[in-house]
Write a protein that binds this ligand. Structure first.
Ligand code: BTN
Length: 265
């Protein structure tokens, strides 16, 4: 059993399926991807029993303490860029944090959102082909599930007991209790606004906001890839590539997908 919100948005969240408890909102959204009519549907849960994080890790959140949601998208070809979709989710979270608390959040490459250098939100983007649509003889429909876990009302012990000392919640930052459903609605609204702008062909606004929230352009950084760690000045950062000036006149171009970590030096 679940309730349904119907938000007055352009493309995302016109249907929000609100569950008390699910295994993982990402897993449920992937099941919904078998029907392309579910494009833009959001799955929201008060509790996850098997929340998934990046690199096979789990995502833990006490019932009702956070926003746990997944957005199902069938993005047009031009938006099927991993760095772009990650940036879209991360920038929307930063804007939500700003709207709810007045605080400025930062993006830690590739997809964590930090306040005061501590993680307030994790993002798990999964891109897959819809098996049933591919089997029907139509071109394979590529879908994307953007899962967002935003810490809202956890207190310190919710993080220290499982050894997550680097995590923080909005409530800890403001010393206030926040209405998690209200935060979820604000977040869905921001995701929708940003996605609508992308669908209208404006990728530049998001790219500029993303660069600003990452905050490393022009700085000396360490870039970690699978096979090497590079050091230099980050002189450009787009959805297609990162440019690292190793020394005067020598610039290394890296694809964002190849970059595991970017750290200020
Ligand atoms: C990370 O490891 O930082 C990413 C965490 C992503 C967690 C969210 S919570 C909602 C959605 N459903 C999941 O199972 N995972 C994502």
């Amino acid at each position: 059993m679940f309730e349904e919100w119907q938000l007055d948005t352009q493309r995302l969240g016109r249907r929000v399926l609100v569950h008390d408890s699910v295994a993982s909102t990402n897993s449920l959204a992937c099941e919904l991807a078998q029907d392309p009519g579910n494009d833009g549907v959001v799955v929201l849960a008060r509790e996850q029993t098997a929340g998934r994080g990046t690199q096979g890790r789990s995502w833990q959140c006490p019932p009702g303490a956070g926003v746990l949601l997944s957005v199902l998208l069938f993005p047009p070809l031009v938006l099927r860029q991993p760095a772009l979709l990650t940036a879209w989710a991360a920038v929307s979270v930063c804007e939500t944090v700003r709207a709810v608390t007045g605080l400025q959040a930062r993006i830690k490459w590739p997809n964590d959102v930090l306040i005061r250098s501590r993680k307030v939100c994790g993002i798990l983007i999964e891109t897959k082909v819809s098996a049933s649509l591919a089997a029907a003889g139509s071109p394979p429909a590529l879908y994307c599930v953007a899962g967002i876990g935003l810490n809202v009302n956890q207190q310190a012990d919710a993080f220290t007991l499982p050894g997550l000392e680097q995590a923080i919640s909005l409530g800890q930052c403001t010393s206030k209790h926040h209405d998690a459903d209200g935060v979820a609605r604000t977040l869905i609204g921001r995701l929708d606004e940003e996605y609508d702008r992308l669908c209208q062909g404006d990728l530049a606004t998001l790219e500029a906001c993303w660069k600003w929230h990452v905050g490393l352009l022009g700085k000396q950084v360490e870039v970690e890839c699978a096979d090497a760690v590079h050091q230099g000045r980050l002189c450009e950062m787009t959805f297609q590539h990162l440019e690292l000036e190793l020394r005067a006149g020598e610039v290394l171009k890296l694809k964002p997908e190849a970059v595991r970590q970017v750290r200020a030096k």
